[in-house]
Design a binder for this molecule. Structure first.
Ligand SMILES: [Fe+2]
Ligand SMILES: [Fe+2]
Length: 276
């Protein structure tokens, strides 16, 4: 039994800014996860992360309905995990005028899988900016991450902050906005997601960690979107930032163990009832 994958239409999150938002559900899993990426149109179009290779064909179809491949000027890579780099080679191949916005360390970490010509790279560290013709893009590391190369991206033109893996949550099905997730589920699932993403939260100093949260809060994003959840805007951003501040004091999230795997295998091996 394969992962079930749905590919809803891209969601407009701001002027000229669209979320590509495939939703994946593993066999037997009670919840689904987004594997999002983003397209920024405008004077110098940007692809923000490239999704997973598992769905390259559908990803390319949706992205290149929003922007012509020859017009793509930048491909921003938030970090080097495979659900963000999956279609990077594809994008570099079909977008001859695109420069990859990455970092020295991300390039090093990807060197076993792909070679990216230096002249197609631009290294952007946390806190640095990229000046485009119509906007400034600022790399701002989110408070939680699962790769040392992670930087989010703040768009000064629209106020959209791409949070990479941070501020995600599993969902029961497709929703556009995080306000559509039942609050009691969200309180638990968002915290558990953050804990699994960054299990080092149990050893960090809450005050120092809070200063990382401050950096995102000080952007005053109009919308916050990331790779693994619905869109946040308005009061939901403050709620998410407040929840993030409590992460250092939260217990480590429990993960499914061998017992769950055995249940899953039993479910997959169960005979399919004969049609009546
Ligand atoms: Fe990641
Ligand atoms: Fe991710």
């Amino acid at each position: 039994m394969d992962i079930s994958l749905s590919f809803p239409d891209p969601l407009r999150v701001a002027d000229g800014t669209f979320l590509i938002r495939p939703l994946a559900q593993a066999p037997g899993a009670p919840v689904a996860m987004h594997l999002n990426s983003m397209v920024i149109q405008g004077a110098e179009p940007v692809i923000v992360d490239t999704g997973a290779a598992l769905f390259g064909e559908q990803w390319a179809q949706q992205v290149f309905e929003l922007v012509e491949p020859e017009d793509v000027r930048w491909i921003f890579l938030s970090h080097d995990d495979s659900d963000h780099t999956g279609n990077l080679q594809l994008a570099l191949d079909v977008c001859p005028n695109a420069t990859l916005v990455t970092s020295w360390f991300a390039t090093e970490r990807m060197s076993g899988e792909m070679t990216i010509p230096p002249h197609r790279q631009r290294w952007l560290a946390d806190g640095e900016s990229l000046e485009l013709a119509d906007r400034r893009l600022v790399a701002v590391r989110p408070p939680t991450f699962d790769s040392p190369t992670t930087r989010g991206l703040y768009d000064s033109s629209t106020g959209v902050y791409w949070s990479s893996d941070a501020f995600g949550t599993p969902v029961l099905g497709l929703v556009d906005h995080i306000d559509e997730v039942p609050p009691e589920m969200l309180a638990e699932s968002a915290m558990a997601f953050s804990s699994m993403l960054s299990p080092w939260h149990t050893v960090v100093d809450a005050a120092k960690f809070g200063r990382w949260v401050d950096r995102v809060a000080e952007l005053r994003p109009a919308a916050m979107v990331g790779a693994h959840g619905p869109v946040l805007s308005g009061p939901s951003i403050d709620v998410a930032l407040g929840r993030m501040r409590r992460l250092p004091d939260a217990p480590l999230a429990a993960m499914p163990g061998q017992d769950v795997l055995e249940q899953l295998i039993a479910m997959l091996d169960a005979p399919v009832p004969a049609p009546v």
